[in-house]
Unconditional design. Structure first.
Length: 165
């Protein structure tokens, strides 16, 4: 059961653009969710894009959002990383357990798909792990189709692609 202060803070969840000041909290979310599902890896070694979110995402035409509570604690995140002029990667989409089931994953995904369209991308790619069944269900609902890939990240075992209108 959540304590009263945590419950109150969680009632004021917001989604906002990430900044470099959020990087430690983003890394903590990634670590917590990956540990929960048993897909841990060396975060720093596999996530060099998080060394500078503003440079690696925004300056390249991508986008990155976080979910924060009223006290400023980060509970979730999602990024859109440009791969080339036509394709972006949906990445780092994680929500910690206490904030799941509130429609936040849907909102993050819709925001990033809208950002991809605004950026002129024709398709969105993602890699994930098959143990993340809730996420895969959401991706499939939004039109992501499984595709073969020979170059998945070590912690990923499936890839999906969504063509944009």
């Amino acid at each position: 059961m959540q304590s009263e202060p945590v419950a109150n803070a969680l009632s004021a969840l917001t989604i906002r653009r990430a900044t470099n000041a959020d990087i430690p909290a983003i890394r903590a979310v990634l670590h917590a969710v990956r540990a929960e599902y048993g897909v841990l890896s060396e975060t720093g070694a596999n996530d060099p894009d998080l060394d500078d979110v503003e440079l690696n995402y925004f300056a390249r035409g991508g986008y990155f959002e976080i979910v924060a509570d009223g006290a400023g604690r980060v509970w979730g995140c999602a990024g859109l990383y440009p791969l080339n002029e036509h394709r972006a990667e949906l990445c780092k989409m994680y929500l910690e357990r206490p904030v799941r089931g509130r429609g936040l994953g849907k909102r993050l995904l819709e925001n990033l798909l809208a950002a991809a369209r605004r950026g002129g991308f024709r398709e969105v790619w993602l890699e994930t792990n098959s143990v993340l069944t809730e996420a895969i269900t959401l991706y499939r609902k939004y039109g992501f189709e499984p595709v073969a890939s020979e170059h998945l990240l070590p912690r990923c075992d499936v890839a999906y692609l969504r063509k944009l209108e």
